[in-house]
Each structure stands twice: as C-alpha cells, then as structure tokens.
Design a protein around this ligand. Structure first.
Ligand SMILES: [Zn+2]
Ligand SMILES: [Zn+2]
Length: 417
C-alpha cells in the first residue's frame, strides 16, 4: 500500500492524499487560498475519490479531476450540496477576478453527477476495500473515513480524520473515535488549546450586548459553511435573534444545512433562529440592518469580498467587528487585525472600528488530538493538515510515545505493507 501526498502536507490547504493498493483512492482534493490559489501538485489518474467535507481546502480542486476521467466521489449528502454551492461560487469569483478558471461549470456538474451519497456507518464495497464514513463533528456532513482491506493483512484499516472536533459544538456532537491500524490525522492546532466553549460564548454575548446598547452595530464576518450556522444558533440561544440580519452566502448554506437535518443536532435551534432572524434580500433590508443597533452576520469570513466589505465602511463609531475564524496571511481579515486596513476595489481603506477575536474553532486542540490517537490506537500515525512546525513536532512527540509516526511534505511517498 502506497500513500502519496499531493497537497496539505506540512501545510494547511489543498488537502489531497492518494492511497494506492489494488485501486487508487484519492482522499480530498482541495485548494490553498494564499495571495493566489495553489492546487495539488498533479492531477493523477484515480479510481475513486472520498470527500471528507465541503470546505474548499478539501473540495476546491475536485472538479479538475473530471477533465479527463469519470470517477465516483463518495461522501455525505451535505458534503455534496455544500461543496456544490462553494464550487459554483468559486467559479463566479474566478470570473470576477479575471483569473484563468481552474475548471468550468461542466466539470462541477460531472462531479455532482458521479457523486455517491453515503450515510454515516453505511458500508460500501469498493475493489478490495470496505469504505465507511463516521461523524467528524466539524461541520454538517463532515466525515472521518475508514478504508479497510477485506483480506486478513497487516495495516488492515486506514482511517483519515479529515478536519475533526472531538468536543461537541451547538450543532454537532463530538467526532466519533474509530479504531485504526494506520491513522492519518489533521494537525492544525497541535500547538494550541482552544478556550472553554461556554466561557467563550458568555464573553462573546456580553460583548455583543454592550455594542448594541451603546448604539453600535455588531458586524460578524463569518464563513458561509459551518461557522455561520454555529453563530446563528448561539445568537438565538441567547435571545438576540430578533436583532440578527443575515447576508451573503450564509443564507444559502444555512438552507442546505437545514434541509439535511439528520446531520446536525439541535436542528430546532437553527430552524427557529432562521424564523426569527431577518434574511437580507434587497437594498431596503440592508438599510434597515445598518440603521439600528443590530447584529449583521455576513460573508466573507476573511473579508476577502462579499457584502461584508460594504458594511464595514458604513459602521458608526460605536460599532465593533467580531472576528470568529482563522485569518490567512494576505487576506483582508489578516491586514485588518495586524495593520488596521483592508483592500477593496483596489483601494486601501483604513479601518478604525475596534475588533475582537473569538476562537470558535471547529478543530480539535492539542489534548483532543492526542486523545483521539490514543483511543483509535493505531500503530502508524501520519500527521497532515498543519504547518511544517506543527506536523513535525506532532510526529516527533508521537514517536516518543512509541508510534511509528510521519510528517510527510508535499510530493512525499510512504510505502507500507
Ligand atoms: Zn474544514
Ligand atoms: Zn481543512
């Protein structure tokens, strides 16, 4: 059995891992959004793809696999629906920015047509493998993939975590722990512990309330898929939904999440929230949102485009920006935090509105990453989806604990029995 890392190794972004045995299975095929888009190093010939979840760092280059081949993609229904939404949007963004498209609508449609929907725990036979998906607790439909060889052999069960969160969120139970022989784990926050979620929510709500009471707007830039639904639910649970206005792609993403209710818990919270909140459909509701002391939740999460850029320039002096997601270097979110400016319509704009950062991460922190490995009890651990320092440190630590551990870089091959 051979693993080859086409991306997402010693880096976060463009996750793409090929497992080659009797047949070749690609696990994820994403993009890396830096100053410019980066893609997996090659488009190989494969027999199937397993898509862990819809985020573009896992799904963003999947349509490119459909230029010269027709292969099935295995994943959950929300992963199909949400990646469809994000990929369609990615094409529009490429057009708007006049970037040479990485793929066209045709390839996105081929991907959708070849998609094989799986339920969690359903067993799928493919070549000499049994493939099963488990709940990763990250976003709607996110999966931990188990690929098990049918024959009695060494390294029988390969488990790929994708992005996962072991502790529960408002809309998700924690990730399921799956026994493995070879575990490929994400490493994003190997060097970090996330704050206690309850304390974080208290502080967040208090801060929003104070902003509204002073007459300001609470502006929440949020990723459309995952973070938006979690924040909407938290705002509803704290009786603030009547002040909530939702704009941008968060609306469409939330609709999809609600149409796949069995993939979230507390779906009542989210559907009630959506009844009470105001969906911005036109210029008038947009005006209404900015007229009073309201909460505006909108894309883009890293402030690189989307309606958020219009709002941010119109905030009164009492307003505040609530940053709730990771801001990649080179994005407006990053320059706002570090240099107090954003670039919009090719113009540098100074932003004087205060901001606060809240760590609502949907990834496991250090202790949970280690707990997962311990309980999954593999012999071999491969650390991916983390920067060079994190993945290498992680692998070193695991070696000291007695595991055979690797932190491959992009292009590396690992051969196992
Ligand atoms: Zn993700
Ligand atoms: Zn990811």
């Amino acid at each position: 059995m051979i693993f080859k890392f086409f991306g997402g190794a010693q880096e976060v972004g463009r996750s793409a891992i090929l497992l080659k045995d009797e047949k070749s299975i690609m696990m994820d095929f994403g993009i890396k959004i830096d100053n410019e888009n980066k893609y997996p190093i090659e488009i190989p010939k494969i027999d199937a793809l397993v898509l862990s979840h819809s985020h573009l760092d896992h799904s963003g280059y999947v349509p490119a696999l459909y230029f010269n081949q027709h292969v099935p993609t295995f994943g959950t229904k929300p992963t199909l629906d949400l990646s469809g939404l994000l990929l369609d949007d990615a094409i529009n963004v490429m057009k708007k920015k006049r970037i040479k498209p990485a793929y066209y609508k045709k390839q996105v449609n081929l991907f959708k047509n070849e998609f094989v929907q799986m339920e969690y725990h359903e067993e799928l036979n493919f070549a000499n493998f049994n493939i099963k998906l488990y709940d990763a607790g990250h976003i709607s439909g996110s999966s931990i993939t188990s690929i098990e060889r049918k024959e009695a052999t060494k390294n029988k069960r390969v488990v790929y975590t994708g992005d996962f969160k072991l502790s529960p969120q408002t809309l998700h139970k924690g990730a399921e722990i799956v026994k493995s022989d070879v575990l490929i784990t994400e490493s994003t926050y190997e060097s970090k512990e996330h704050p206690d979620r309850e304390e974080l929510i208290k502080k967040f709500i208090k801060d929003i309330n104070e902003t509204l009471e002073s007459g300001g707007t609470a502006l929440l830039p949020a990723f459309a898929v995952g973070r938006s639904q979690e924040l909407i639910s938290i705002i509803y649970e704290n009786n603030l939904a009547e002040n909530l206005f939702i704009d941008g792609m968060s609306k469409a993403a939330t609709k999809i999440v609600l149409s796949n209710q069995r993939f979230i818990r507390n779906s009542d919270i989210l559907s009630n929230a959506m009844q009470e909140a105001t969906w911005i459909e036109d210029i008038n509701t947009r005006k209404e949102a900015t007229n009073g002391p309201n909460i505006i939740l909108t894309t883009a999460g890293m402030l690189n485009g989307g309606p958020v850029l219009n709002y941010i320039k119109r905030l009164n002096s009492k307003s505040k920006i609530f940053i709730t997601g990771y801001q990649v270097e080179g994005t407006n979110g990053y320059t706002l935090i570090n240099n107090s400016y954003i670039i919009s319509d090719n113009r540098k704009t100074k932003i004087t509105t205060p901001f606060e950062i809240y760590d609502f991460s949907a990834h496991s922190g250090n202790a949970d990453l280690h707990r997962y490995i311990k309980e999954s009890s593999p012999e071999i651990v491969i650390c991916v989806h983390g920067d060079k320092e994190n993945t290498m440190h992680f692998a070193e630590q695991l070696k000291e604990e007695g595991y055979e551990a690797y932190a491959p870089k992009v292009g590396d091959i690992i051969k196992l029995d």
